[in-house]
Design a protein around this ligand. Sequence first.
Ligand code: GMT
Length: 375
Amino acid sequence: MNIGITCYPTYGGSGIVATELGLELAMRGHEVHFITYANPIRLDPGTPRIHYHEVEVSNYPLFQYPPYCLALASRMMDVAEAYDLDLLHVHYAIPHSIAAMLAQQMLAPKKRLPFITTLHGTDITLVGQDPSYLPITKFSIEKSDGVTSISEDLKRETVKVFGITQEIRVIPNFINCDLYRPLPDRSGAAAYAPGGEKLLIHVSNFRPVKRALDCVRILAEVLKHTPAHLLMVGDGPDRGPAEHLARELNLTQHVSFLGKQNHVERLIPLAHILLMPSEMESFGLVALEAMACGVAPVATRVGGVPELITHGETGFMEEPGDVVAQAARATELLTDEALHTRITQAGRQRAQEKFGTDRIIPQYEQYYRDVLARK
Ligand code: GMT
């Protein structure tokens, strides 16, 4: 198939899923065309059957806000015609679905161009519920030829918030377990923990919904019981406040802020525990990455996370904001080696069996065929 993919090419779960989906589809023989405003961060442009088409948004003094959605729609139409795309697959409803709908309508006299929207989370749970965007988000979902959701929870939320009646197919996020895997040993951790301290890791875009400051508070609790070091990976609005809190709590020598990193698959397996204290996660991709890497997730019981983590079996979940309970779980894992081994082995196995690429990518291929077969 010739598939057009549009996503946010930045550091965010939806862009990562879209990019890795494109790479997996290309490996399976499909021609994949990324149509985005920048090269997606995890995309190697030299990969066979991967094509990249940049969306240029020209400015004009009259435009207070450059009309990205229109530039995207025009580029989608051009690429679809020039490369005879079979369909467009957009990740994150706003504004990608509307752009795809416009491209579809512009091309209608010449060819049929179905589009599929994959809902990732904040496009429904946060941005989509903003009164400025709610009606257009609902409209764009209803106009999509196919809609997928990355968890059952997000599907339920979409039906509840928008009153959507059309089919939403749940296709969970996936992981390449050859790329994300445990290290033979954690000797690389010495760069951050020269005294042999256990490593905790947090990876996010540091938006308030991630509760990044809780990681610093959890560390403070853990340090009362066992030596540990925290790696904070990523950047965003709460990075500064988290650094400030670490200074305030006198923890600077126990925390490393690493900023944005392109190869988290090299960093995550150095850690013993992943902290994901989020207020909300429709899936929690980074917890799946951790499970595949043999790292135990200590997370919050929110959104789609219980579909990923089985409490006490493949990780632990506590309530958002309950840093004492999350710290207790982390301490338990760091001080009981048998427990850590049991949880991480089960986590890796769950990642492979339930979320491995071999299991999930064919579901997208089947969905494409189903949508193309519809009149
Ligand atoms: O979490 C973010 O801020 C980024 C956001 C995105 O759309 O890029 O992540 C959402 O999509 C990810 C990939 O499907 C999911 O793993 C995240 O759980 C989801 N984030 C939220 O629901 C807050």
